[in-house]
Design a protein around this ligand. Sequence first.
Ligand SMILES: [Cu+2]
Length: 160
Amino acid sequence: MRKLIASALLAAVSLVAVAAVPLAMAQTPAAPSAAAAPPRTASPPGAEVYIISPKDGATVHNPVLVQFGLKGMGIAPAGVKFDNTGHHHLLIDSDPPADQSLPLPATDKIVHFGKGQTQTTVELTPGKHTLQLLLADLNHIPHSPPVLSKKITITVQATP
Ligand SMILES: [Cu+2]
């Protein structure tokens, strides 16, 4: 399925009518081999992703509202090709994958916001946690260069 989409996109680079890819198809990336991965999408100079809240070093309670900020680019749902856009991925207690030429996996620690969401709430165990945002393109592949936020550390307090 992914391969089909990729070829369709490659064949239709100059067309704009590729926005009809059903979202469900693009929600959960498989783990294709490097050879099957589509090319990376360039990010524009100055593009910046950041966590609006919580603030770095904040002490918070569950559920933790995480708000995503983006400058110099726009949001598009996964599967939708549109210049200078992407969708958010929240890295929880996790570093970005070493190989960013592949689609980001969907795990407990790498949460995709393929519908174009710009905030979420998470439930975290009491204690310190790190949060970081990584934008990725329609195929869940980080841009080149990557649009990656600063990693913040928060402390979650047990709710009495
Ligand atoms: Cu994604």
